[in-house]
Design a protein. Structure first.
Length: 227
């Protein structure tokens, strides 16, 4: 399976890149107490360090809002998933536990303020394209609503759109039966290459420590990253 960026995205965001992590033979289950403790500690520290009114002080939030604006997406109406997660936590809501794969994914999305998606690769059909949505792009979202993706940044396979830095689809969701996964980290244009390396390394190590399996990772970019 290959992943690539479409010109509908790169023409407007030439410095956008994706971190791609492929996991095989993983064992997804309830998150272990160790992970739950680490995430709960981080959430409490986050609430001490930031107020909801200062959310844009979090590195990555303003940058992704700017990316959305450059793509013609209103970031106040359609928030990057990382911002939506952070807002929910700073409003006092608990971390929403799903399973050991999704929980790790969401933890890193909040930690680095970057949209991250985790997908059951066996539910995907062929290669993956990151592009701007068309009029017929819609799917049942994990938020329980049918989402219309026209004009929005998304991921699609040979069948249809299945993911986005806004909300992902139920079609590609990861369950405890999932064994082969693809994780996508959406890197904004201002992120230096060294930081991307650090993030990919941290995510891959922790994910396989928790879920086991084998890992292959790569970058997808249309332009050289800043160093």
């Amino acid at each position: 399976m290959t992943v690539r960026l479409d010109s509908s995205v790169t023409d407007r965001l030439p410095g956008l890149s994706l971190g791609i992590l492929h996991y095989t033979d993983v064992a997804v289950a309830d998150s272990p107490k160790m992970l739950q403790g680490r995430i709960n500690y981080f959430v409490e520290k986050l609430r001490l360090d930031y107020e909801l009114s200062r959310l844009t002080d979090v590195e990555g939030i303003a940058e992704w809002r700017s990316c959305f604006k450059q793509l013609g997406i209103d970031p106040s109406r359609y928030r990057p998933s990382s911002e939506a997660l952070l807002r929910r936590l700073l409003q006092g809501n608990p971390f929403f536990w799903i399973n050991s794969a999704v929980d790790v994914n969401n933890f890193f999305s909040v930690l680095y303020a970057l949209p991250c998606g985790i997908y059951d690769q066996d539910k995907l059909d062929g290669d993956v394209l990151c592009r701007i949505g068309q009029a017929d792009d819609r799917y049942e979202g994990l938020n329980g609503r049918e989402v219309h993706m026209e004009g929005k940044l998304l991921l699609s396979d040979a069948t249809s759109a299945f993911g986005s830095p806004i909300v992902d689809s139920t079609r590609s969701c990861v369950t405890e039966a999932s064994r082969n996964l693809m994780q996508v980290i959406f890197f904004h244009e201002q992120l230096p290459a060294a930081k991307k390396d650090e993030i990919l390394g941290s995510v891959g190590r922790m994910f396989t420590e928790i879920n086991g399996g084998n890992l292959e990772q790569s970058y997808i970019a249309s332009a050289p990253a800043l160093r």
